[in-house]
Ligand binder design. Structure first.
Ligand code: VG1
Ligand code: CO
Length: 544
């Protein structure tokens, strides 16, 4: 086996977004495109020679080929050892756990998460650091700078590694271990949750659940956890075989893209509990019988009930949420007397808070929740957390959420996405809003008075790093908020996200339909944002 040095030219579009570099498969398949980005990662990281890395992906189209290429580039760059999941498939939270357990230097995660897959679908790559979490901005910026000047990459010539089953191999001087990634993950969950109680619930004959893996990465984990370890009947896991194109759907666990599960939970003889996860297994959607739990509410409920779970029974130090996530968790934190942090969108911003022990639980409105057990959000962890609460409380999902609202008030919340709109008008809209917010403070719009308005800027309380331009926030004196942001994970045109929130303390008004409750704010968002004109759309593509 020889190491080849291949001459290359930079690509100008390799800037990582909210969660790594995401592009369509044909973009990644261009000669040298993948190789450049991987070499740029290795060029950026000091002291990586001889180290251990974890590599795996969500199993989407191009996963297998990309892993073989990555292994050969890693071998040529003097990496000591690589742990790779069987078939090259590992969920994002499992990779985070493997990096931590094996004291690895970092990991390479191949995923475009909730974006569709297949030959015309999306692919993605991100680098995770030693704590198991996504690289922070200073590293992703350095990788991007490297992609702009790269002139060659190193690659080992040799045969592909057999990833079909666990085994040990040599690639040049590098050790490759193909491992079962499911068992360590199940063990990690056993340490956190009360499996005996969850098992008793699932085998009681009085409780039925459904887990929809959407033909994405969590299938094998879900079978192992729910049907094998916890005794739920066969058929509990739906769409549990990972497919390269996720069966043609969006592997996005929300009311629109997980519609089959929604129909089951809102249909006749509905189960008591339903959950879904996304392409790479870090997101979750929680449903009760005829009931949808918003991700923001889910974070608040988990925070309020964390003491019921063995792993958190001694209390939690703090909770962190992304800026557009509703302030429901803030109210719980205030009552518990713990700190609450508001970070920009993207899990990489939680890493320092978790490492420093400032936050124990974290969440995003985009169906992401997690804790200090790893440094990624974790879909199945959230499902187990809910099951643990349900098992201890003996109440339904709906009862738990309704009594939560009774106690803390309800944060009505919705996100309106305008997907794949024209880029330039969307950018112009954001530029206009950036100027507009400068003098919105104190202005009155009908019943709403603007308490603050800005383009969100975050100073990390641990390392002092500053992240600017993280979304337009308009907050009103009654606690309502409107937020405008452009997606950093979309791959076509622009995706505008409009986040709407209002607070209702009065329990007699908690039954109002969310979109109705938010209608005045939806109208106001249109008035301020001129959304129709800027997007050319009458309606959002997805409402959650
Ligand atoms: C979206 C979500 C964000 C999440 C990110 C990655 O980003 O809004 O909350 O962290 O996806 O999630 P954006 O920039 O498109 O709004 V994952 O599961 O999907 O990698
Ligand atoms: Co994901």
């Amino acid at each position: 086996m020889t190491i080849e040095t291949v001459a290359t030219k930079p690509f100008s579009d390799q800037k990582p977004g909210t969660s790594g570099l995401r592009k369509s498969v044909p973009v990644f398949q261009q000669p040298h495109y993948l190789e450049n980005f991987i070499q740029a990662i290795f060029n950026t990281l000091d002291g990586i020679e001889g180290q251990t890395l974890v590599v795996g992906g969500d199993g989407r189209y191009y996963n297998r080929q990309a892993i073989q290429t990555i292994l050969k580039i890693a071998a040529a760059n003097g990496i000591g050892r690589i742990l790779v999941g069987t078939d090259g498939i590992v969920s994002t939270p499992a990779i985070s756990g493997l990096i931590r357990e094996n004291n690895a230097f970092g990991g390479i995660v191949l995923s475009a998460s909730h974006n569709p897959g297949g030959p015309e679908g999306d692919f993605g790559i991100k680098y995770n650091v030693t704590n198991g979490g996504p690289a922070p901005e200073n590293i992703t910026d350095a990788i991007y700078a490297e992609t702009k000047v790269i002139s060659s990459y190193k690659i080992l010539s040799g045969a592909d590694i057999n990833l079909d089953r666990p085994g040990s191999f040599k690639l040049g001087t590098m050790d490759v271990e193909v491992i079962d990634a499911v068992t360590p993950y199940v063990k990690m969950m056993e340490k956190i949750f009360d499996f005996d109680r969850i098992q008793a619930l699932l085998t009681s004959g009085k409780f039925k659940m459904c887990m929809d893996s959407l033909h994405a990465v969590t299938g094998p984990y879900a079978y192992a956890l729910f049907e094998q370890r916890l005794g739920a009947p066969k058929g509990t896991v739906l769409n549990g075989i990972p497919l390269e194109d996720f069966g043609g759907g969006h592997p996005d666990p929300n009311l629109v893209y997980a519609h089959d599960l929604v129909e089951i939970l809102f249909g006749q003889d509905a189960p008591d509990f339903g959950a879904a996860s996304d392409g790479d297994g870090d997101r979750n959607m929680i449903l009760g019988r005829n009931f949808f739990v918003t991700p923001s509410d889910s974070l608040a409920v988990l925070t309020a009930n964390a003491h019921l779970v063995p792993g958190y029974q001694n209390g939690i130090t703090g909770v962190a949420r992304s800026m557009p996530t509703s302030a429901a968790a803030d109210r719980v934190a205030a009552k518990l007397g713990i700190d609450c942090y508001e970070t920009p969108t993207g899990w990489k911003f939680f890493g320092n808070l978790l490492d420093a022990g400032k936050a124990t639980l974290c969440g995003e409105e985009s169906f992401g929740t997690g804790s200090n057990h790893i440094r990624e959000k974790d879909g199945l962890w959230a499902v187990l957390f809910w099951l643990n609460i349900l098992a201890v409380k003996g109440e339904s999902v709906e009862e738990i959420v309704r009594s939560h609202w009774q106690e803390f008030g309800r944060n009505f919340y919705s996100r309106h996405d305008y997907e794949e709109v024209a880029l330039e008008p969307a950018k112009e809209m954001m530029a206009r809003l950036q100027k507009l917010v400068l003098d919105l403070k104190g202005q009155q719009f009908g019943n709403y008075e603007v308490e603050y308005a800005d383009d969100f800027s975050y100073t990390d309380p641990v390392d002092g790093s500053v992240s600017k331009n993280q979304g337009i926030r308009i907050g009103f004196t009654d606690g309502s908020r409107i937020i405008f942001r452009l997606s950093g994970t979309g791959t076509k045109g622009a995706t505008l996200r409009v986040y709407l929130e209002s607070y209702e303390p009065d329990a007699s008004k908690h039954d109002i339909d969310t979109q109705k409750a938010l209608q005045p704010l939806i109208d106001l968002a249109e008035e301020i944002g001129q959304i129709r004109q800027s997007t050319g759309r009458e309606q959002p593509t997805v409402i959650t």
